[in-house]
Design a protein around this ligand. Structure first.
Ligand code: ADE
Length: 240
């Protein structure tokens, strides 16, 4: 997978992308990210990338010309093009899984009050939001897309960091985890996790995931795939 990011602040992404799991995966060539600075594409004599909005109002609007020229200069014709914006469809694990199947993505990060609509019409037909709140720019949202997609690419997560068991893959929230020491400030690790019976451990974890999901996000239980044993456990919670 090849990801191109158009931004006027490439340095906002570079630190994140060179660290930890994502940094290692990029070094190993498991996928690639190209940060494309929009500013050099500006034909404006001061290399401006924004201007006042027609019709008035607060803030500035990003110019169409540098965005369209940067996108065209780096286009392969095969990439899925996405503008990060609170106006878009809200990202979720289903969309992340779909994006992970793509060969190439081109992400546009906006700033200020937005982007000239014509740049979107010409080059970015799809919009994605990372949630119902407003960021100062799309860079953090682009990183959320890159990170969540990258961890589904084979080899990016080590086997010890497998993505199979976790929230939104099983459709349930995650069970509680513990590490050493066995007792911390008077609080003991649940006995079942220590006795080495993996069938019991798996059952305990599943029940904890069901319990936590029921408490915090009960609507997820409607779409999770549940066994007869799961349903019996959930019924047993109702009597408490
Ligand atoms: N840009 C500003 N806010 C955003 C959000 N919530 N999601 C995606 N891009 C954004």
């Amino acid at each position: 997978m090849k990801i191109k990011v158009l931004t006027i602040f490439p340095e906002m992404l570079s630190g994140y992308l060179s660290s930890s799991v994502i940094g290692r995966a990029l070094d190993a060539g498991l996928f690639s990210v190209e940060l494309i600075d929009i500013r050099p594409y500006s034909q404006n004599k001061h290399k401006n990338t924004d201007d006042y909005p027609f019709g008035g109002g607060a803030g500035m609007v990003m110019l169409a010309q540098p965005i369209v020229d940067a996108a065209q200069a780096h286009a392969s014709g095969r990439e899925r093009r996405i503008y990060l914006s609170p106006r878009g469809r809200t990202l979720n694990q289903r969309i992340v899984e779909e994006l992970a199947q793509e060969e190439e993505l081109m992400l546009l990060c906006g700033h200020y009050e937005g982007v000239d609509e014509r740049a979107l019409q010409l080059c970015f037909p799809e919009e994605l939001s990372i949630g119902d709140y407003v960021l100062t720019g799309g860079e953090l949202a682009a990183l959320a897309v890159i990170d969540s997609v990258a961890r589904l690419i084979p080899g990016v997560l080590g086997s010890s960091e497998s993505s199979e068991d976790e929230s939104f893959t099983t459709g349930l929230l995650e069970y509680p985890q513990y590490t050493r020491p066995r007792e911390f400030r008077g609080m003991e690790v649940p006995e079942v996790l220590i006795n080495g019976n993996h069938a019991l451990i798996n059952r305990w974890r599943r029940e904890q995931a069901l319990r936590i999901t029921r408490e915090r996000r009960p609507e997820l239980l409607e779409t999770a795939s549940l066994t007869a044993e799961d349903l019996a456990y959930l019924r047993s919670l109702e009597s408490h």
